[in-house]
Design a binder for this molecule. Structure first.
Ligand SMILES: Cc1cc2nc3c(=O)[nH]c(=O)nc-3n(C[C@H](O)[C@H](O)[C@H](O)COP(=O)(O)O)c2cc1C
Length: 369
């Protein structure tokens, strides 16, 4: 599965994987794909440095990348405490009441919230970049907009390609104008922050909009046949996020959550603002239902919602409160029915891709097999 982009990056398969887990990213790179480590949960630069050290040791000189979250709308010159102070008391009371309704225990005295994600505040992302450019990363990806011009220039100075996610052709054109090297066309089906256009429609629109820039197809891909479809639509590779969550290398910290993912069908996700304030596809749970209920107070804009719910999400995860337990995941969750290693997933993807290509060749009359 070779494309111009996979040749540029020196990878065997044009399969890119976003994951918050270093062990998954490294395993994908070792399996011949391209692992991209999500940095948004690293509030302390030294934690990111520790995990990038680990990635270095476990990728044998093969290429990998880093994904940061720099929103197009910036929160600058304001401290985290000042942002916190903007959260209305009514919303805090709603969180307390929802947790109480489900009997969610408090964290122990002095126990920090594990889910406290501030990586989408520009300064936090910039601190992450200061660390990242000390490592031989080959790709820097950004969710939620084009990275600022100085970040693009800095990446290029380090010989690092820049990718950005786009949910529409308009976003993609903006990325091209901002000097981005690779556009990830991420459709509605995808896990995490996502737009309203399905991959089948979005991929060729983005390919046309930014040609000759390479495009990666993302959203709803979990089989080799779907990879073949993405490449047939003009993409130079695919970008998968959800499928890695149920690999043996993933570290979800909750058997109950893994079980929920394995049991979920493709209709069990919802695009909700409940976690971050921006629409993000995730498992539908009592938590998303509470926030999406018109009788509730409604969600706050990013980054307020994320700060508001951070402690609650940690408590739900720690105590595995089943009705509320969830994670960002895409509609492809319906095919994630067994735990497998990253290598097994890649083997299955490449086999399925070959089968799809053979099938199309037969249909096109190019093969007798
Ligand atoms: C658990 C999870 C967390 C995600 N977090 C991020 C993120 O921090 N940054 C980002 O660029 N994309 C993020 N995404 C989106 C992925 O990069 C990717 O575009 C998406 O998962 C592709 O669609 P799929 O889920 O159908 O494979 C996340 C996806 C998931 C499932």
């Amino acid at each position: 599965m070779k494309t111009e982009l996979s040749r540029t990056l020196g990878i065997e398969h044009a399969i890119f994987g976003f994951t918050p887990f270093p062990a998954v990213a490294a395993a994908l790179t070792r399996a011949g794909g391209f692992g991209v480590l999500g940095a948004v949960r690293y509030t302390a630069p030294e934690d990111l440095a520790r995990d990038l050290d680990w990635m270095q040791e476990h990728t044998g000189g093969l290429p990998y990348g880093l994904d940061v979250v720099m929103p197009a709308k910036k929160v600058e010159g304001v401290s985290e405490a000042e942002v916190e102070a903007m959260i209305p008391e009514g919303h805090r009371a709603f969180v307390r009441a929802t947790l109480a309704k489900h009997g969610v225990p408090e964290l122990a005295e002095g126990e920090a919230s594990g889910w406290r994600i501030t990586g989408w505040m520009e300064q936090v992302a910039r601190n992450q970049l200061d660390v990242a450019f000390d490592y031989p990363i080959k790709l820097l990806a950004n969710a939620l907009g084009s990275p600022p011009p100085d970040v693009v220039a800095r990446a290029h100075d380090h010989g690092v390609l820049v990718a950005a996610l786009a949910g529409s052709a308009r976003h993609a054109r903006h990325h091209a104008e901002a000097g981005i090297d690779i556009v990830v066309a991420q459709g509605y089906e995808a896990g995490g922050h996502t737009g309203e256009i399905a991959s089948m429609v979005l991929t060729p629109e983005v390919v046309d909009a930014v040609s000759p820039l390479p495009v990666l197809a993302a959203g709803g891909i979990g089989s080799g046949e779907q990879i073949a479809a993405g490449l047939a639509l003009g993409a130079q590779g695919v970008w998968l996020g959800s499928i890695w969550l149920t690999t043996t290398e993933a570290d979800l910290h909750s058997r109950a959550l893994t079980a929920k993912l394995l049991a979920a069908g493709s209709g069990d996700t919802v695009r909700s603002r409940a976690l971050t304030g921006k629409p993000a596809r995730q498992l539908r749970t009592g938590w998303t239902d509470a926030w999406d209920d018109p009788a509730g107070p409604g969600t706050l804009p990013m980054p307020l919602q994320g700060l508001l719910v951070a402690e609650a999400v940690s408590r739900i995860q720690k105590y595995e409160i089943d009705p509320l337990l969830g994670t960002p995941v895409g509609q492809i969750v319906g095919r994630m029915n067994a735990e497998r290693s990253v290598q097994q997933v890649v083997d299955e993807l490449t086999r399925g891709f070959e089968k799809a290509v053979d099938r199309i060749n037969r249909i096109a009359g190019r093969s007798d097999s």
